[in-house]
Ligand binder design. Structure first.
Ligand SMILES: CC(C)(COP(=O)(O)OP(=O)(O)OC[C@H]1O[C@@H](n2cnc3c(N)ncnc32)[C@H](O)[C@@H]1OP(=O)(O)O)[C@@H](O)C(=O)NCCC(=O)NCCS
Length: 164
């Protein structure tokens, strides 16, 4: 299991454990190739691993979004998408490659998302968490809102976080 570390958006993280990821960076996707790799990872994780229909995963809104990625020198390890709706940022499509999980990559992407939201002048981040991963978001300061519901055949919980 990975060693604990503080996540600082835009920084390079060096991993001090036996897991395969040596170091990675979290930042915005910067090229069409990187964007394609992010969409391919989402397809692998959501459609193949979790059985989400492709039409639901590809909702036609990618062009509106800011896409964040976790990358090593050679590989894309994780991604997420931010959509701006007024003063609110909708956080979604968080996916980490299966062999790179439990090393803080999702946590680092959440931290960068918050930084981006602040820079955009947003007041709130909202998301639909898969219930098995609630702790990930609770650890990042998100609060549950309302009841658990089913989306794409998977249990979800709406959560939000106010941006300071
Ligand atoms: C959920 C997901 C994004 C987490 O990515 P990750 O990089 O492994 O997450 P982190 O390493 O930052 O995890 C931080 C904490 O979140 C919680 N967490 C992460 N994955 C978890 C899991 N599978 N089950 C329970 N808790 C989990 C843990 O508290 C973890 O801390 P720990 O490793 O010290 O126990 C990743 O497992 C994934 O891509 N899953 C498939 C797609 C998906 O479910 N996306 C999220 C939709 S809401």
């Amino acid at each position: 299991m990975c060693g604990r570390r503080t996540c600082a958006p835009g920084k390079t993280y060096v991993k001090l454990s036996l897991m395969p990821v040596a170091s990675y960076q979290v930042r915005r996707a910067t090229s069409a190739d990187e964007m394609a790799a992010a969409v391919a990872l989402r397809h692998e994780v959501f459609c193949r691993e979790q059985g989400v229909p492709e039409w639901e995963e590809l909702d036609g809104r990618d062009h509106e979004g800011i896409h964040l990625v976790a990358v090593t020198d050679q590989e894309l390890l994780g991604t997420c998408r931010l959509l701006r709706v007024g003063k609110t940022i909708q956080f979604s499509r968080l996916a980490v490659r299966s062999d790179a999980r439990r090393q803080g990559i999702a946590t680092a992407l959440l931290a960068l998302a918050e930084d981006e939201a602040r820079a955009l002048g947003a007041r709130r981040l909202v998301l639909h968490a898969q219930t098995y991963a609630l702790k990930l978001y609770e650890n990042a300061g998100y609060r549950a809102r309302g009841r658990v519901f089913v989306e794409a055949g998977i249990e979800h919980q709406a959560m939000d976080k106010t941006v300071d």
